[in-house]
Write a protein that binds this ligand. Structure first.
Ligand code: FRU
Length: 497
């Protein structure tokens, strides 16, 4: 195991956003406006552990290169600024616009501090910006929605335009009730209760950071479904924080889903049956951008896990975001399922290396591994019980992050027990698994490697598995292997830095 200290700088990602020298957690207020993608996030402006929650801010024009901006909405003596969302108030429904400007309105959770008027409560508040999202003013009538609850948070607001009318809808959680509450408003200031969804499916931990959006099925604009995502901590399929999704219908009042189970606490063995946004341990609090042109649905997750988030060995910054994912719905055995791929911007301008065919019967070391890379591999099962790759290894396959497939049980596995520095928290060295059915007898993996992470997009993005790793910077080896027999692999490497 390596000691962390000499390699701290080396863990800083090239393609993922991380703060310069502070802490971040959930993505907040993701919005596209006037040609710029805005990424706000839970930020401690004064340190690199979770505290002093404020909204940090970064901007990008290409979804890959982000510029850190001054803190957008700082905490103060009365409240911390918990997670939320931003809408472009095109028609000035809230009245914050001035002539010639389109206001952005942030809807966030006020986590009230001891000694404040709403001490101990979490309620929803708003702030507005008329300079394109750089400076913000809190509304004097805050909070705009309270249930006098200590766990009511993470408002995601979107514009509903449908048979029921045209209005703002907010999804927020009552975290300990495993419930997503829906409200409507005409002016972002007055909110009327619509309905509650949950408990349902995964209820092993509290529910946080919901999102609700409509997507075409198989690209058919005439056949849409609504997707409700909700993050959960702990209780993920491989431990700790994770996100699940439900596909269903939203009629402007109520969200319904065929996958709903409403008896309350789940039996733990059911988790493999549910739909997870990501099966890895480091994709949490995922939410989508608003106002993206062309109907694209883009999401970002926080690449960390509350089990060990405050301990990961990076300094002075702590925690990266995931790559930006473009999500869609595709029919699988007649059922719409969420498909996720990194936004095409992540590979724009890169040149894939040569495709190689590798007959496997044991280990094959492959040249060309780098710390910032797309590794595309397709495997066809032979007689082997297991096959896959070791990435960010010492080169001989003896150490590194092991990503493998067991065709007999239909499982994808990611083993980071020997991935580098794993000793900073007992929950970190781990083996994660996900169900992975073959497609036409093959298994395809797109693996994005970036200094301190691996994001696996399997079978065209139907299964994703995202994890942090802290390898020695010089360990860039790739080994492809089969165990106990034969398999065929085809492999292509694309450098991304
Ligand atoms: C999720 C979360 C949110 C909350 C925020 C506080 O990671 O717990 O529910 O708004 O983080 O930082």
């Amino acid at each position: 195991m390596n000691t962390a200290t000499p390699t701290l700088g080396a863990y800083r990602p090239a393609m993922h956003y991380a703060c310069k020298d502070t802490w971040l957690n959930d993505p907040n207020g993701l919005v596209f406006h006037d040609g710029i993608y805005h990424l706000y996030y839970q930020n401690n402006p004064f340190g690199n552990v979770h505290n002093n929650m404020s909204w940090g801010h970064a901007t990008s024009t290409d979804l890959v290169n982000w510029d850190e901006q001054p803190v957008a909405i700082p905490c103060d003596e009365t409240e911390e600024i918990f997670s939320g969302s931003i809408v472009v108030d095109q028609d000035n429904t809230a009245g914050f616009g001035m002539s010639g400007t389109t206001p952005l309105v942030a809807v966030y959770t006020s986590a009230y501090k001891a000694g404040s008027a709403h001490e101990g409560m979490q309620a929803q508040s708003i702030a507005w910006s008329t300079d394109g999202g750089y400076t913000w003013t809190k509304y004097s009538g805050n909070p705009v929605l309270t249930r006098k609850s200590p766990e009511f948070r993470d408002p995601k607001v979107f514009r509903y335009e449908g048979p029921a009318g045209s209005y703002w809808v907010m999804a927020a959680v009552e975290a300990h009730d495993y419930a997503v509450l829906l409200y409507r408003s005409d002016d972002l200031k007055n909110w009327e209760y619509l309905s509650t969804f949950g408990p349902a499916n995964g209820t092993g931990g509290i529910w946080e950071c919901p999102d609700l959006f409509e997507l075409p099925v198989d690209g058919d604009a005439g056949n849409t479904r609504w997707v409700l995502t909700v993050n959960m901590n702990p209780g993920g399929p491989n431990g700790g924080s994770a996100g699940q999704y439900f596909v269903g219908e939203f009629d402007g009042v109520t969200f319904t889903s065929g996958t709903t189970v409403t008896e309350g606490m789940q039996e733990p063995e059911r988790v493999v049956d549910y739909h997870w946004l990501d099966w890895g341990r480091d994709y949490y609090a995922a939410v989508s951008f608003s106002n993206v042109p062309g109907g694209r649905r883009l999401m970002i997750g926080w690449m960390n896990n509350w089990q060990y988030a405050n301990h990961i060995p990076t300094s002075p910054w702590r925690s990266p975001m995931s790559l930006v994912r473009e999500v869609s719905l595709a029919s699988v055995h007649g059922e719409p399922r969420l498909v996720q791929q990194p936004a095409p911007e992540c590979t724009a301008g890169s040149v894939p290396g040569p495709a190689r065919s590798l007959p496997l019967n044991g280990k094959v070391a492959v040249d060309g591994g780098t710390p910032v890379q797309l590794i595309e591999a397709t495997f066809t099962a032979g007689t082997a019980s297991e096959f896959g790759l070791v990435v960010r290894g010492a080169g001989n396959g003896s150490s590194g992050t092991r990503i493998s497939i067991r065709p007999g049980t239909g499982q994808l596995m990611l083993d980071r027990t020997n991935s580098g520095d794993t000793g900073f928290h007992e929950a970190f060295p781990s083996i994660s698994t996900a169900p992975l059915p073959a497609r036409d007898g093959t298994y395809s993996l797109r693996i994005f490697v970036d200094h301190c992470s691996v994001e696996v997009f399997a079978q065209g993005g139907l299964v994703t598995l995202t994890e942090l790793i802290f390898p020695d910077p010089s360990d860039t080896g790739i080994t492809v292997f089969s165990t106990g027999g034969t398999a065929e692999a085809s492999l292509q490497l694309t450098d991304l830095a």
